[in-house]
Each structure stands twice: as structure tokens, then as C-alpha cells.
Ligand binder design. Structure first.
Ligand code: FVH
Length: 288
């Protein structure tokens, strides 16, 4: 079978694996599911999936095998029980580029084919607008199974190197956690005076949206390595202003430990003589 009718197996029915299996069922294809705790198969079986007794049986049931487990170790453990010869393994478990490359090599040694994926959505978003998944590995494999992948949301192929999906995934998550740091610190300050986080929220989200333009702006400077053009808010000025963030936090009885790493980098870069540059030049301190 091919295209929209290819049968698929999903290994791992946590919140995300269940959402993926549900989306595949929605395409009308046969879906086999397996989970370590067998109870989690029940809602999917009620929707038409077949529950396998073991991971090995689940892998044997379909040429296309998707794994969405906790981590790389659990993927290795589960796939290690099955025969992968002739299978296409798509790993949608969060991991590092190195883990993806090593897994690709190992699957190939077992006679299987491999794609890695990075899911950019929370489970309820699967199959909804805004959800997308990065894929990397052999392009022909991606093209062959694209119809199945499109059930999850946008399918974003990023290259033949199997590590690239995880790299893109973790880069976006790094940006996200950076935002979370700022949001938590902002609310801690607001709450330190007993003010309402809910009332402050529109100001914060509007400000973050406006400052989001920094991503595009910084990208051009980072690719060129020139941080001296069009400087309007120089690094030295920002380092001095940044001093007020931990100072105010201390006065308000709020920890500034989330801010400390960037503060230290700004001070170091300014002390190294780069105060007249754009703040983007801090990236030079992040390179190994
Ligand atoms: N949920 C999310 O918001 C994020 C969105 C982006 C992608 N992540 C990654 O997806 C992977 C799975 O996440 P999840 O949300 O499904 O996680 P859980 O609900 O905690 O389910 C974990 C499943 O893994 C099974 N499992 C864990 N260890 C083992 C093992 N040693 N052997 C076999 N299976 C194992 C677990 O089984 P059980 O506890 O139900 O028996 C669940 O099926 C993850 O990489 C996220 O980072 C989700």
C-alpha cells in the first residue's frame, strides 16, 4: 500500500504518541499501536486501531513504524526488541542531533531505513493549524511517507543529515525557553508588589510580539559576523541598564538567577571592548 493508505505502527502512547496515532487513524489507514502500559491502547482500539501484544509484533505489522517515547534510551530499548529489516523507522522522540545520527546508523545496521523528526506542537495541536514537524534523513523516504506525516500538521523537511531535525527542534525550544525565562521573571516582579499578572499579561505579550522582530534582525548580523552596523541600542548601554534588573529584583525580594547568565555575558563582552556594538555580538561568547 502507498500514499494515504499505507499502514502504520505507533510505538509509545503517551500524550503525544496517542495524538499521533489518532491523527493517523483519521486518515483512514490501518494503524497498529503498542505501549509499555497496555491500558493506553484502549481509546485508540475503540477508534479502530489494532493493539499489538509486544513492540516486536507491532513493528512486524507495518512497514512504517513511528516511535514517540520518552527519550533516546527508551527508543533504543523498545526498538532493540524488534526486527527492523525492511522497516522505515521514524523517530519522533525528543533527542539530540548526535542521538539521531547514532540511531540512524544503528537502524541501518539492522537493515532498516530511518528518518528523525522534531515535533513543534503540544498534543492537542496535532492535526490542527500551527502544528508542524521537522524531518531529516533520506529525502525519498520523506517523500514516500509524506501523506502520513501531513496528518500531524505541516511537514518541514530540513535535510539528509538525520541530526538536522533535532537541531532545528532544539534551536526553537531554546528560543521558547528563553521567552519563558523572561515571562517568569516579569511576573515575579509584578507579583512582588501584589499586582495582577492577568492584568499585566496584555502588556507583556504585546511587548514580546514587538521585540520578536529581534530574531530576524539579529539573524542578518549573526550570518555576516558584523555587529557594528546600524547600532541604536549599543551593548555597553544595555549592560549598564541590565544591572538594574538584578538590583530591582533583590530590592523586591525576587531571585534573579534566571537573568544571571545573560547579565554575566553582557558584562564580559562590554569589558572585552565591544560596548559600541549591537547586543547580538554576545553570540561570539557562546561559540566554542
Ligand atoms: N507532550 C509535549 O508537549 C511534547 C511536545 C513535543 C514533543 N514531545 C516529545 O514527545 C515524546 C513523548 O512525549 P509525551 O508527551 O507522549 O510523553 P509521555 O506522555 O510522558 O509519554 C511517554 C511515553 O514513553 C513511554 N516510555 C517511557 N519509558 C519507556 C521505556 N523504558 N520503555 C517503553 N516505553 C517507555 C511511556 O510508556 P508508559 O509509561 O505509558 O508505559 C509513554 O508511552 C517525548 O520525547 C517528548 O519530549 C512531547
Amino acid at each position: 500500500m502507498s500514499g494515504n493508505t499505507t499502514s502504520a505502527t505507533v510505538l509509545g502512547l503517551g500524550a503525544m504518541g496517542s495524538a499521533l496515532a489518532g491523527a493517523l487513524l483519521g486518515t483512514g489507514r490501518p494503524v497498529t499501536v503498542w505501549n509499555r502500559s497496555a491500558d493506553k491502547t484502549k481509546p485508540l482500539v475503540a477508534r479502530g486501531a489494532v493493539a499489538a501484544e509486544s513492540a516486536a509484533e507491532a513493528v512486524a505489522a507495518s512497514e512504517l513504524v513511528l516511535a514517540c517515547l520518552l527519550d533516546d534510551a527508551s527508543v533504543r530499548e523498545v526498538l532493540g526488541t524488534a526486527s527492523l529489516a525492511g522497516k522505515t523507522v521514524v523517530n519522533l522522540t525528543n533527542g539530540t542531533p548526535r542521538q539521531a545520527r547514532e540511531l540512524a546508523e544503528w537502524v541501518s545496521e539492522q537493515g532498516g531505513k530511518f528518518l528523525d523528526g522534531g515535533i513543534m506542537a503540544v498534543p492537542p495541536m496535532i492535526g490542527q493549524p500551527g502544528a508542524f514537524v521537522f524531518y531529516s534523513g533520506p529525502k525519498d523516504l520523506f517523500d514516500t511517507h509524506r501523506a502520513a506525516f501531513d496528518a500531524f500538521g505541516g511537514s518541514n523537511y530540513v535535510g539528509e543529515d538525520p541530526g538536522l531535525a533535532a537541531l532545528h527542534d532544539l534551536a526553537l525550544l531554546s528560543g521558547m525557553y528563553g521567552q519563558f525565562i523572561g515571562i517568569l521573571q516579569a511576573y515575579a516582579l509584578i507579583r512582588s508588589e501584589g499586582l495582577s499578572a492577568v492584568e499585566f499579561a496584555p502588556l507583556l505579550s504585546g511587548w514580546l510580539t514587538a521585540m520578536g522582530a529581534f530574531a530576524e534582525h539579529a539573524a542578518k548580523e549573526i550570518d555576516s559576523g558584523d555587529y557594528t552596523q546600524g547600532v541604536v541600542s549599543n551593548l555597553g548601554m544595555q549592560a549598564a541598564a541590565f544591572d538594574n534588573l538584578p538590583a530591582a529584583a533583590a530590592d523586591q525580594g525576587v531571585s534573579s538567577e534566571l537573568l544571571a547568565p545573560l547579565h554575566q555575558l553582557l558584562l564580559r563582552r562590554a569589558a572585552d571592548g565591544h560596548g559600541a556594538e549591537n547586543l547580538t555580538s554576545v553570540i561570539e561568547l557562546l561559540k566554542k
